[in-house]
Write a protein that binds this ligand. Structure first.
Ligand code: KG4
Ligand code: ZN
Length: 330
């Protein structure tokens, strides 16, 4: 059995976790930064990086203490090396390098997207490759054919905004607060999803790509018309987003070939209406539907530790001079 320390700091969550190759999460700790960013209505990179510096090493100490382990007990250190806000990525990666050097342990540099992509296998031991993954987060909206560790085929991506970005911008336009995704989901619960006529960008197109910029502009027009409540706009926006995600994912399924399951991951996958619609799509296609529990969908270090487990098992580790990357496609 291998024990891996995972570190995550690519956006506005600082996190550390200890996870075993038996899928046991021995300890995990996470510090959000919502309060620091709320006055700005979005993540401020400089503020995020400084906050990561303050809390990263205490979180590492905390997980070792909780698991009653020390550096000598672990097999490798896995840290997010990108993509993300570069100042934040540097904090977690440098912490990982320092710990790897001090403990004489291998360093596993993890692509944050790979962390999301493999997280469903931490949650569900039965999930086998290949699976079709809808990866929906604040920075990405992609359909990936996950064939194995390190083997990903991108079938589709967004031509403009990511789905999470659309939720965040909608929340800002409607004055629902920050962070946007959960705020829109909550407001949508008391709104009428059929009240505001909104477009469904890309729906019906032969290729499986996504687009959300037009939806955001339509939300702005609906708000400025003064005819609708924020709750009705939120509910209508969420319904339109779901239609887009389901239609595009159905296209992806049609071209994916033989797969074991339809899987969703990333922060937006914590939205229960979206999970429900994708589950129904999987059922219509006779496929199992796998979604990690919501806390594993939003950024966390357990998924980075798990990607570390999978890469370490495949004999993949990295030299100490590996760079931090703001951009790093899977
Ligand atoms: O995966 P994640 O935590 O960070 C990135 O890698 O981007 O995803 C964050 C995104 C944000 O855009 C946030 O608004 C969205 O996920 N999100 C949600 C919900 N919870 C988080 N979107 C819709 N409904 C939610 N409940
Ligand atoms: Zn993420």
């Amino acid at each position: 059995m291998a024990i891996i320390l995972g570190l995550e700091s690519s956006c506005d969550e600082t996190a550390a976790a200890l996870v075993t190759s038996e899928r046991e999460i021995l300890a995990h700790a996470l510090a959000g930064q919502e309060e620091a960013h709320r006055p700005f209505g979005g993540v401020v990179p400089e503020i995020a990086a400084r906050a990561h510096v303050e809390v990263m090493t205490p979180l590492v100490a905390q997980v070792f203490e909780e698991a009653e382990l020390s550096l000598s007990d672990i097999d490798a250190v896995a840290a997010t090396a990108g993509p993300g806000l570069i100042g934040g990525v540097m904090v977690g990666l440098m912490t990982g390098k320092g710990l790897a050097l001090a403990g004489g342990k291998p360093l596993v540099a993890v692509n944050h997207l790979e962390g999301h992509a493999l997280s469903p296998r931490l949650a569900d031991p039965a999930l086998e490759f290949p699976y079709l993954l809808l990866l929906v987060s604040g920075g990405h909206c992609q359909l990936l054919l996950v064939k194995g560790v390190g083997s990903y085929e991108r079938l589709a991506t967004t031509i403009d905004d990511a789905a999470g970005e659309a939720f965040d911008k909608t929340a800002k336009l409607l004055g629902l607060g920050f962070p946007g995704g959960p705020a829109v989901e909550k407001a949508a619960q008391t709104g009428d999803p059929a009240s505001v006529p909104l477009p469904r960008p890309m729906v019906g197109r032969a290729d499986p790509h996504f687009s959300f910029a037009g939806l955001k502009s339509a939300v702005l027009r609906a708000r400025d018309s003064g005819h609708y409540t924020p709750e009705d706009i939120a509910a209508s926006f969420q319904a339109a987003t779901i239609d887009c995600l389901v239609d595009r994912t159905a296209r992806g399924l049609a071209s994916a070939g033989d797969i074991t399951a339809l899987v969703v991951a990333g922060g937006v996958a914590s939205n229960s209406a979206i999970r429900g619609a994708l589950r129904a799509l999987a059922e219509r296609n006779g496929l199992p539907f796998i979604a990690p529990p919501p806390w594993l969908c939003t950024d966390n270090a357990a998924m980075i530790a798990w990607a570390g487990v999978e890469r370490f098992a495949a004999d993949l580790s990295d030299p100490l001079d590996i760079p931090a990357r703001a951009r790093w496609p899977l």
